[in-house]
Ligand binder design. Structure first.
Ligand SMILES: O=C1O[C@H](COP(=O)(O)O)[C@@H](O)[C@H](O)[C@H]1O
Length: 263
């Protein structure tokens, strides 16, 4: 059996992208409930929360927030109310807007008592995953129902950066990074194996500033650019048809890989 290709969607407006993203997330929720009683999701920071938090999603009566368990695909080693915190951003963009009568998700942020030691911070976050997904010795890797990612202009996702040794991590579920080329330097991140093990993986990437990296990811050699491994290309290669890219037309201009205009 061979892996299928990722799907690349291109939308003319933020609203049309958000509308299909909502439909996709709702389907992922339905699929998850066919397997178990929770919807286990990992989210990124950056531009992702604002795109995810459409009025349609926030006010939907079909979204069963109380069954959502939300983890962070990566997090910066800062207090939760710091401007660089991915949790803080997600709270501001989405969590604070969910009407209380619609139920509230279980959200699992980093444990800030370990902020001074990124290894301990990563270990504590991994333990939170172990508590949710079962003991590490009985489950080789946690299987998220959905992982929602951004793609940096350098091709990074989570806090997995091009050419970084962390891309080879195959034991830890959550790893520390102390030399992130994008500030802040100290972070924790899901490993590439955990990301590609998810049932579904979605990238949300928009704007002219992403054109060049998307051409590299989709049209050029799949994983190496100038000796540097592009993490987003590795996700595409390892997870194939499980991956969907939600982009605007500006981001995919010049990309030759076949694009779809809707789900
Ligand atoms: O530093 C980070 O950047 C990536 C990409 O952000 P974007 O704004 O270019 O979408 C983000 O996905 C990640 O969570 C964050 O820590």
């Amino acid at each position: 059996m061979t892996l299928g290709h990722p799907k690349l969607y291109a939308y003319p407006s933020k609203e049309s992208l958000q509308s299909d993203l909502y439909t996709y997330v709702l389907q992922a929720q339905t699929d998850a409930f066919a397997r178990h009683s929770k919807f286990k999701v990992a989210v990124s920071g950056g531009s992702l929360p604002a795109y995810l938090a459409s009025p349609q999603l926030i006010s939907s009566s079909e979204i069963q927030w109380s069954k959502w368990e939300i983890f962070f695909a990566d997090e910066r080693a800062v207090p939760l109310d710091h401007p660089d915190s991915n949790y803080g951003l997600f709270k501001k963009e989405l969590l604070d807007k969910i009407p209380s009568e619609n139920g509230q998700p279980t959200v699992v942020p980093i444990d800030v008592q370990y902020l001074n030691d990124t290894q301990e911070l990563a270990d504590a976050y991994e333990q939170a995953l172990v508590r949710s997904f079962a003991a590490k010795d009985s489950v080789k890797l946690p299987i998220f129902d959905l992982i929602l990612l951004g793609c940096g202009p350098d091709g990074h996702c989570c806090s997995l950066f091009p050419g970084h040794p962390l891309l080879r991590e195959d034991v830890a579920w959550v790893a520390p990074i102390e030399d992130s080329p994008k500030p802040p330097a100290k972070r924790v991140t899901l490993s590439l194996s955990v990301v590609t093990h998810a049932v579904k993986i979605a990238f949300v990437t928009t704007g002219e500033g992403k054109q060049e990296v998307l051409k590299k990811i989709f049209d050029e050699h799949p994983d190496v650019q100038g000796g540097q491994v592009l993490p987003c290309a590795l996700v595409n290669r390892a997870a194939g048809e499980k991956v969907s890219w939600f982009c605007d037309e500006a981001a995919v201009k010049g990309v030759a890989f076949p694009k779809k205009s809707s789900l």
